[in-house]
Design a protein around this ligand. Sequence first.
Ligand code: 13P
Ligand code: SF4
Length: 334
Amino acid sequence: MTELAVAEKNLQKNGFLDIDVDPTLDLVAEINKLKKEKNAVILAHYYLDAEIQDIADYVGDSLGLSQQAASTDADIIVFAGVHFMAETAKILSPHKKVLLPDLKAGCSLADSCPPHLFKKFKEKYPDHMVVSYINCTAELKTLTDICCTSTNAVHIIESIPKDKGIIFAPDRNLGAYLIKKTGRDLILWNGTCMVHEIFSHEKITKLQIRHPEAKFIAHPECEAHLLDMADYIGSTSGLLRYTHENDATEFIVATEPGIIHQMQKKSPNKTFIPAPPNNTCACNECPHMKRNNMEKLYLCMKHDLPEIELPEWVIEKGRASIDRMLEISAKAGL
Ligand code: 13P
Ligand code: SF4
């Protein structure tokens, strides 16, 4: 059996093609060559390692990545991100090949809302609409009326008539933030993101004492007690814009620290301090995003594996919820 055949056989178990890559290979050059040869486009989320962000054709937040996935005319979409993001790309481009360098790049938030349990939960509120944060599985999207991202969530909620009840899934922290911002009485699913729920209030307060001029900025997936102390709350693209446009020169950043690469690129003379979690680490990386690396990206582009495949019914039903979101965002100019 060849090394490739063994790796393919073990693909589901490992999540990626476990093949040794020659350490002398210039991976940047090889990946760029494969991109051209195969008419592929690489999409990367802000939380990815800097070298992957730098080789991607588009780096963005969940909304930007969905819009990009919908508009690309490449034959292959390579998603440097996590599983639900690649599923979203497949839903929006069902006739294209969608590759994810590691199938095990999951998401604690998406996993916190198993569709079979959510279906039962939803049955308790038959008159309610379901708005789901895009950080959920493709199957959950089939149980959803309108998707949203952290960029457009407030707009999506406000686009729904005031007398209509709404279930919001899966992130209870973003949900609580939306209740506060919109004054709507949302029914929340009790899910969280493992990265955003473990920032340490105590360590952040100490950092603020040491850096009195620093602005504290946070993603709305953080817990309410942290959002209450934030100078600015926003999606990854919102946080990036704020650090660039604000006059402050120091920022304490409460989201996954991968975003700091773009912050630093846009504002090279400013200082960015990753907010620490309540363990012994100095920063708070998403272990799912970080399953992506240059070797896996190269191997997946070379062999067109692992590929994301979805049943027809999931693509059809899931697509309606994402299309509604994209329509509302486009109308709002987002
Ligand atoms: P946004 O980039 O849309 O703010 O999402 C953050 C996130 O947690 C993605 O996994
Ligand atoms: Fe999921 Fe949180 Fe990682 Fe984003 S940062 S992929 S929400 S676990």
